[in-house]
Unconditional design. Sequence first.
Length: 131
Amino acid sequence: MIDDVQIMARGVVAEIKDGATNNRAQVSSSGALLVEQGSGTAATPTLTNVNASASSGTLAAANSSRRGLIIANDADKALMLKYGATASATSFTVKVAAGGYWEMPLPIYAGLVDGIWETGPTGAARVTELI
């Protein structure tokens, strides 16, 4: 749904913006088209702790309402995150160093996020899902 249509000055002829997602499109006086994808505003953070394990496990369940995901690796071994099921040392999306953190980039992935640590981990993942 389009919430706002504006006629603007300074070379931008028109802007269309969706207030829920912050997606917008602008047309300049020269005819150039700018399209930006926003993520909207998150109103509710959900925090969970997932104990470190050398076996693959779920860090965040699939959630179509997800606006963001932040994972802090509060463990003594690297964490391999995977978009989808069954992370492994050879099948992962991103590796987060011990003591590091990761923020989900745009576009937001709403599916399952699994994780696995290197052998013999101690600690946990501190997961914050933004809804």
